[in-house]
Design a protein around this ligand. Structure first.
Ligand SMILES: Nc1ncnc2c1ncn2[C@@H]1O[C@H](COP(=O)(O)OP(=O)(O)O)[C@@H](O)[C@H]1O
Ligand code: SF4
Ligand SMILES: [Mg+2]
Length: 329
């Protein structure tokens, strides 16, 4: 598979009271052409910051180092004008809440058409035709009437379809979807996920799908990357990672999913929380404060991300008995 996105040793730091705090540390991964890769982890692990770095949308006070290459082109050193050119045409992003992407005062059709015209030297009539076609592709009907509606008149699912249309109208090579269905009802969630998969196949778009829901990863992604407190802790083929998780954090994430077998039992939740940025201990395994396998060497340095077979793992003592998971649950 040809490589589309290559992130190497990406770190993002924010100024702190005494010293900089790293919200991302040594993040490295790739996304292949036409691939759907899942990025998972609890809130605060650095998923959105990873996405915003690729989009060139980091907050001004954030300092990014390392390398982010899209089709071989370094993005971290681009000027704002060059980034504007890349955004929307080569890489685009959809967010959890459709209204963050939509202008409440503008007709939805015009918003898609404007996205088209910002990257095409097109007459209004051509942009309108492209918009109507894209609206049909995202499963909307009566598109001529819908073109003139304002966002507030649309349901949550329809609004997210409009956002998907805006994101894909210029056929970007990479779509980053940051919790794209979290704000939607379960049935609508499934429709939007099916739509994303259908469009990904139709346009051969690569997708980086950010979610805290491993069920969505199972349904959608061929490969999964697990993040914890700014670090990648495990990466591998979805089928392998979900059937035989090796990192203690991934094992606990999986144990926390409600399943039919666990119905009626108290739902396991991972003890503790991801420490806020300023309170993170540095120079130790990032998961050590919550890990029940931790032993002295885990506190002597950050374990490297090692290749273990087809898997990548940041742990000195990976694995554990499979039975352990049902005990945890
Ligand atoms: N603008 C910011 N200023 C300071 N810290 C930030 C900022 N944005 C994000 N962070 C911190 O970076 C960490 C990762 O955030 P984020 O990428 O949003 O996590 P996720 O998307 O996985 O929930 C969090 O600890 C968050 O508090
Ligand atoms: S390195 Fe140690 S503390 Fe960190 S996840 Fe592995 S066993 Fe747990
Ligand atoms: Mg986020």
């Amino acid at each position: 598979m040809k490589e589309l996105l290559r992130i190497e040793e990406l770190s993002v730091a924010f100024p702190g009271q005494q010293q900089e705090a790293k919200a991302l540390d040594s993040v490295s991964f790739t996304v292949g052409e036409g691939e759907i890769v899942g990025l998972v982890g609890e809130s605060g692990c650095g998923k959105s910051l990873t996405a915003l770095t690729v989009m060139g949308l980091l907050p001004e006070k954030a300092r990014a180092t390392g390398s982010v290459r899209l089709e071989g082109r370094e993005l971290l050193t681009l000027s704002e004008t060059e980034l504007c050119d890349v955004r929307g045409s080569q890489v685009s992003m959809i967010f959890q809440e459709p209204m963050t992407a939509l202008n409440p005062l503008m007709r939805v059709g015009d918003q898609i058409a404007e996205a088209y015209r910002s990257h095409h030297n097109a007459f209004a009539s051509e942009a309108r035709q492209a918009t109507l076609e894209m609206m049909r592709s995202v499963g909307l009907s009566r598109v001529e009437a819908l073109y003139d509606e304002y966002p507030h008149r649309l349901s949550g699912g329809m609004k997210q379809r409009i956002v998907v249309a805006m994101a894909l109208i210029n056929r970007p090579a990479l779509l980053i979807a940051d919790e794209p269905t979290t704000a939607l009802d379960v049935t609508i969630q499934l429709q939007i996920l099916d739509l994303l998969r259908e469009l990904q196949a139709k346009f051969s778009t690569s997708v980086l799908l950010i979610t805290h829901n491993l069920g969505i990863v199972h349904k959608m992604c061929s490969r999964v990357i697990v993040m914890y407190a700014g670090y990648i802790v495990e990466e591998g083929a979805t089928s392998e990672v979900l059937s035989k998780p090796l990192h203690p954090y991934t094992r606990r994430l999986l144990a926390a999913i409600p399943t039919v077998e666990r119905q009626g039992k108290a739902l396991y939740s991972i003890p503790g929380i991801v420490a806020p940025l300023e309170e993170r201990q540095t120079g130790v395994c990032p998961f050590s404060q919550r890990c029940d396998r931790a032993f002295a060497p885990c506190f002597r340095g950050v374990p490297p991300l090692r290749e273990v077979g087809d898997r990548k793992l940041r742990c000195l003592l990976p694995g554990g008995e499979t039975d352990e998971l049902s005990i945890i649950a």
